[in-house]
Design a binder for this molecule. Structure first.
Ligand SMILES: [Zn+2]
Length: 464
């Protein structure tokens, strides 16, 4: 045995949807899996684990919005919707400082780790340190530093944000902080590339079709490396779809697929409002539809055409977006429940064209495994390799002491976790390192102090 490798012994290990009993896994000092053997007894010195499933990558996050979670659930006028919520969010977005962002992100990222997200795609548009400040990197550096401190893997996606609407080339007073020219944007990417650490990478990001022009996107895409992931908010709101049709003559997904080479590198955030043609074309592109069901429900966005998209073989991922919840199992649960309510049926996930599938379809398996693969594709711009050897040992260890899990059959373990006990997490392993136990991140008091510092400062300045 090489001294640089460690062995894990799992009562059961899930690989590509199958449970391997009594799995002995060798992991190298980089956290990569070297070998897996099932039906093995544990050896002295092995790290003993229960049931291990692959951990998740969070495909969409605006970490600063965690400060608003639960703080915007009231109505001041006759009508409250995404646009009125956005006004409240802008107040926070315009006031938060780099130090507050760092503290808040430390607390939120640690909490994500505790719930099984070991990587996060941070969709970052708070560029300037203040609305008219020339410094465009302090906020991004605060995000990089918080990710490094907590250890969560990071795909930093600085967003290009140039205008307030399809027909308005200027930014509103509340959006000044987000604005960068293409030249400033590319210079910022260049600078940030030199600031990345081990499990951090950069991607390209366009805030939305309403915030950038085709020329802006082409200028950026022709300059950045060809293997970088590309993210864009696409069709979250009906009003946005209508405005796009008026300005560009097409619906957002339809327009994007026709004007840019959308492929596996791309992640379309909130592909909520699509017609049948768009749904099929997006599925065929190999891109990832990033769904954020708890935020989409919270903001009253609408419901994604899930059955049609699955039937067309579409890839999807989940994201915590506004961070009203940080639990990927709850995100998957919301995705499924929204569909059940809309279609008045059960087990929508795992939709197949087989009328009588060979074995029962379990929503827990279908949701977790598809969203897990989609999340890693969204974070690195390509689909993850199948199989375990060579992959990084990112695992969520289910708490098999919880009766609902203990007495579930093998086939029902993920169903029981997702629908009945989404907090049944014993430990989270990132690259073979334990980062959370019993639903709490390692060093929880440190992260709590950071959170307290951010909250008291934001509260004092009436930003939340
Ligand atoms: Zn978003």
């Amino acid at each position: 045995m090489s001294r640089s490798q460690r062995f894990f012994h799992a009562a059961a290990l899930q690989v590509d949807g199958h449970w391997l009993p009594n799995a002995r896994v060798a992991v190298d000092n980089q956290g990569r899996v070297i070998s897996v053997h099932a039906n093995q007894p544990p050896h002295v010195g092995d790290i003993r684990c229960g049931w291990l499933i692959p951990a998740m990558a969070n495909a969409h996050c605006h970490v600063f919005q965690r400060a608003m979670a639960g703080q915007a659930e009231f109505r001041l006028g006759e009508h409250d919707d995404f646009w009125s919520w956005r006004e409240r969010m802008y107040a926070l977005a315009n006031g938060i400082t780099p130090d507050e962002l760092y503290d808040l992100a430390c607390w939120a990222y640690a909490d994500m780790l505790a719930h099984g997200y070991v990587h996060v795609c941070e969709f970052h548009y708070l560029h300037r340190s203040g609305p008219h400040n020339r410094d465009t990197t302090a906020m991004a550096e605060a995000v990089l530093a918080a990710a490094q401190a907590t250890g969560i893997g990071l795909t930093l996606l600085p967003a290009l944000y140039r205008r307030s609407g399809f027909c308005d080339d200027s930014l509103s007073p509340a959006q000044q902080r987000f604005g960068l020219s293409v030249r400033e944007y590319l210079a910022m990417l260049d600078y940030l590339q030199g600031r990345l650490r081990g499990n951090q990478r950069l991607g390209v990001c366009f805030h939305s079709l309403r915030a950038v022009s085709l020329g802006d996107m082409q200028a950026v895409l022709s300059t950045v490396p060809e293997d970088w992931p590309v993210h864009v908010h696409i069709a979250e709101q009906v009003a946005e779809v209508r405005q796009c049709q008026q300005a560009l003559g097409q619906r957002p997904v339809e327009w994007l697929l026709q004007h840019l080479p959308v492929d596996h590198r791309w992640s379309l955030i909130h592909a909520t409002h699509m017609n049948t043609m768009e749904t099929r074309a997006l599925a065929a592109s190999g891109a990832v539809a990033v769904l954020c069901p708890s935020t989409e429900a919270n903001l009253g966005d609408g419901v994604f055409p899930f059955p049609e998209y699955q039937a067309a073989g579409g890839r999807y991922a989940v994201g915590s977006d506004s961070n009203v919840t940080l639990n990927p199992a709850c995100e998957c649960q919301w995705l499924e429940y929204g569909q059940r309510l809309q279609h008045q049926r059960r087990v929508v996930a795992g939709e197949t064209t087989d009328i009588r599938p060979a074995k029962a379809i379990h929503a827990g398996d279908a949701l977790w495994l598809t969203a897990m693969r989609g999340g890693w594709q969204a974070s690195c711009g390509h689909a993850p390799a199948e199989g375990l050897v060579g992959q990084v040992a990112h695992w969520l260890e289910l708490d098999d002491d919880k009766l609902l899990l203990k007495y579930a059959s093998e086939a029902q373990r993920l169903d029981a976790f997702m629908f009945a006990a989404p907090d049944a997490i014993k430990r989270v392993w990132q690259a073979g390192r334990c980062v959370a136990e019993a639903g709490r991140p390692v060093a929880v008091e440190t992260w709590r102090r950071h959170g307290l510092s951010a909250f008291s400062s934001l509260k004092k300045r009436q930003l939340i």
